[in-house]
Design a protein around this ligand. Structure first.
Ligand SMILES: NC(=O)c1ccc[n+]([C@@H]2O[C@H](COP(=O)([O-])OP(=O)(O)OC[C@H]3O[C@@H](n4cnc5c(N)ncnc54)[C@H](OP(=O)(O)O)[C@@H]3O)[C@@H](O)[C@H]2O)c1
Length: 197
């Protein structure tokens, strides 16, 4: 069975954006969350243009290589300029979760308006045995609530942002995590957890 995981660059106080993210503004006032993608000398084997430190490249490419489909929340989709009509991943189809119509969705993208379970089921089918990556704090939280997440990865950047979009939103229950790996790297610490069941 393919896995469902979420890997985000996150501040130590739990934000995945700064203030005022949006279309054309990226992560708002916190572009430093993504500095480690470009600050190294090891090119990613999956994402063109990414140059990471050696330890980060190993972690990043291992995760990226597992992805067969992506489920992104509507906010991530809109704030990322709709991924130019394509996908955030070079080899994986994008599924956008929303409760609203999206007339602008392209034929290379799929809109799901019937909930997180349907979005993940459709993504799993498209992934053909590979894994499903979740993007967006709202989508991750909905999937945790539905007990559909296997792994949570925090690429923790040493900054306190004070405000922004939260990685984890309000949950109606506790979710226990088991640490699989913790890797300190230049400008980021990679924390890889499995969801305990
Ligand atoms: N730092 C990183 O690594 C990283 C990674 C990914 C994204 N981001 C950033 O994070 C921000 C987005 O995160 P976010 O938490 O604000 O939003 P999000 O999870 O991307 O999107 C939330 C939206 O998704 C839809 N949604 C969520 N749960 C749903 C459910 N159960 N059923 C139906 N629809 C559901 C709703 O859309 P509707 O309102 O249309 O109903 C909701 O408003 C963006 O700015 C993005 O650029 C950062």
């Amino acid at each position: 069975m393919s896995k469902v995981f979420s890997a985000h660059a996150v501040s130590v106080d739990g934000y995945i954006t700064g203030r005022d993210p949006g279309a054309g503004r990226g992560l708002g006032d916190a572009p430093m969350l993504f500095d480690w993608y470009f600050d190294g000398d090891t090119p990613s084997g999956v994402f063109d243009g990414f140059k990471l430190s050696g330890p980060s490249a190993r972690i990043f490419d291992t995760l990226a290589g597992r992805v067969g489909a992506v489920v992104a929340g509507r906010n991530t989709y809109e704030d990322s300029d709709r991924f130019g009509g394509g996908s955030p991943h070079p080899a994986a189809r994008l599924f956008v979760l929303s409760r609203r119509a999206a007339p602008e969705i392209s034929e290379r993208q799929t809109l799901v308006t019937t909930g997180i379970e349907d979005a993940i089921a459709a993504a799993r089918e498209a992934a053909e045995g590979r894994d499903v990556a979740l993007m967006g704090g709202g989508v991750l939280t909905a999937a945790l609530e539905a007990d559909l997440v296997d792994e949570v990865i925090l690429h923790q950047v040493p900054v306190l942002l004070g405000s922004g979009r939260r990685f984890f939103q309000e949950l109606p229950k506790h979710v226990r995590l088991c640490l699989v790996e913790a890797v300190p790297a230049p400008g980021v610490t990679h924390l890889h957890y499995e969801v305990a069941r």
